[in-house]
Design a protein around this ligand. Structure first.
Ligand SMILES: [Zn+2]
Length: 131
């Protein structure tokens, strides 16, 4: 599982993963239409421009939807139950992530902020916690 995550790291997404190691949540922004882009790619999905830059997200957003995971495999199997969620960042992109903290407090539309979870020496994942 961890290896699978690392296998997906390529030149297009490397700034995202490198940013996480510095506790920075990096997303892309189109230089032509100014919209933000996530997941990383080389062509803007809004206007098909290839003028894309990286910038640091403010790491804040709101829960769009979530579900409690009761069974998991690989490095996450001892973490259950945990909450997987789609978070809408303030920049307007949606990210599949995990919400940490009091599960009873988690609800749709609640404000969250990024927290950095060191999974391995060279792999940091962005999780979110309630603000
Ligand atoms: Zn664009």
């Amino acid at each position: 599982m961890v290896q699978k995550i690392q296998d997906t790291i390529d030149e297009e997404s490397r700034p995202f993963w490198d940013g996480l190691k510095k506790n920075e949540l990096m997303i892309q922004q189109c230089d032509d239409c100014a919209k933000h882009i996530f997941y990383p790619r080389s062509i803007c999905p809004h206007c098909f421009s290839d003028n894309i830059s990286w910038k640091q997200s403010n790491g804040r957003g709101a829960i769009y939807s979530y579900t409690t995971i009761h069974q998991a495999f690989g490095p996450f199997k001892d973490d259950v139950p945990f909450v997987a969620a789609l978070v809408d960042l303030d920049e307007g992109v949606r990210m599949l992530t995990r919400i940490v903290g009091e599960r009873e407090q988690i609800a749709i539309n609640k404000r969250v902020k990024v927290t950095f979870h060191q999974l391995k020496d060279d792999l940091v994942l962005p999780y979110f916690e309630l603000e």
